[in-house]
Design a protein around this ligand. Structure first.
Ligand code: PLP
Length: 352
């Protein structure tokens, strides 16, 4: 049945192997991020067989389901309401709130466990983390006094909310924090988790600061690209995930709606270009599964629009019939959506 997402396991394994080897050569460990594919168990199996050091996910529900011998890392800073599960199912979590860390400590004591944390710092991207200019020594001191919390190190996240790219200048802020903590509190921070797929360019050109010894990588593994400029990384696959959908109507129709127009199904005023009569196909996939802006069509297929359950494309010089399928590549957002849709079947491909 369609729509179907084809998951190319060997291509994923290739991307994972290539990138983790590249990081390891520079003394950087890798957390492979599984949230984009909702911790699909077949892809987790690939990670289990590959040379990744940690498996990380933003959702505790996914962390719970992941079966692995590798340490599991909760990427999104924990909710108060999930502290019990965090201790139960994750060995490491990223944190930025002392109050939550204190709750983790209490819960870890209750469960007779030691929980590791990476304390996050915001060095300009304005998502999670203690702001780098705040007085953080007091916070770190209090964490060090907690019996059931192990401060594994510190981390930062870039090129997410503020789209700030990793540069030597930006990383200087992280270096200052490390030095300040280590010198004042006489400790050694074992892990410096310096970012995500946007830091890969600095790894490739050898400019990444030596103190960064961990990266958390998601997008580069599934799309084979760095995320500063979106450029492809040589030798990696961009089609680990492809989406196949079926044509349920195929007709020649005008390109302009007829009659007085108002809002579309999603409350938007849509503009149309008059191209006369065109060959159009409707496919049985819609915004409920994936927004059509996240689909990359093959040559000769032009995406015109979509509603909840229908994708409308123009066909130019391609001959297709009713019941045929069209296969699309996906953006990061596209993979995220289809892997979370109840209506998209999964097909696991073994060949390259
Ligand atoms: C804290 C954190 N680190 C790393 C990642 C991975 O980012 P990317 O997919 O750009 O490698 C994410 C997002 O998935 C994240 O939220």
């Amino acid at each position: 049945m369609y729509p179907k997402v084809h998951i190319h396991l060997k291509k994923y394994a290739h991307n994972v192997h290539h990138l983790s080897s590249m990081l390891h050569k520079k003394g950087i460990s890798m957390m492979a991020v599984s949230k984009v594919f909702s911790a699909d168990s077949r892809l987790i199996d690939v990670l289990n067989k590959e040379n990744v050091d940690y498996i990380a996910d933003s959702r505790i529900e996914n962390i719970k389901r992941i079966v692995t011998n590798k340490p599991k890392v909760l990427l999104r800073i924990p909710k108060m309401s999930e502290v019990e599960d965090v201790i139960k199912y994750a060995s490491i979590s990223l944190n930025s709130e002392l109050e939550i860390i204190d709750l983790l400590n209490t819960e870890a004591k209750k469960q007779n466990k030691k929980h590791s944390i990476i304390l996050m710092f915001d060095i300009g991207d304005l998502r999670e983390g203690i702001y780098y200019q705040d007085d953080y020594l007091k916070i770190v001191k209090q964490i060090l006094e907690m019996d059931h919390i192990d401060l594994l190190g510190i981390g930062t996240n870039l090129t997410c909310y503020g789209a700030v790219i990793p540069t030597l200048d930006t990383y200087l802020k992280l270096e200052t924090i490390i030095r300040h903590i280590e010198e004042n509190l006489k400790i050694k921070l074992n892990m410096i988790s310096g970012g995500n797929s946007s830091s890969i360019l600095m790894v490739e050109d050898n400019s990444i600061p030596k103190y960064i010894n961990n990266l958390r990588i998601g997008e580069a593994l599934v799309l084979g690209r760095e995320t500063v400029y979106g450029n492809q990384i040589e030798g990696l696959y961009d089609d680990v995930f492809t989406l196949e959908a079926e044509i349920i109507e195929l007709k020649n129709k005008p390109s302009m709606p007829e009659g007085i127009t108002g809002m579309d199904a999603f409350g938007k005023h849509v503009k149309f270009v008059d191209q006369g009569i065109i060959t159009r196909a409707i496919l049985s996939i819609g915004k409920q599964d994936v927004d059509c802006t996240n689909l990359i069509p093959p040559q000769g297929v032009i995406i015109l629009g979509c509603s909840s359950d229908h994708l409308i494309v123009e066909l130019k010089d391609v001959s297709l019939e009713l019941g045929d399928t069209i296969t699309f590549k996906l953006t990061y957002g596209g993979i995220l959506s289809v892997m979370n849709s109840l209506y998209v079947e999964r097909s696991y491909e073994q060949s390259l």
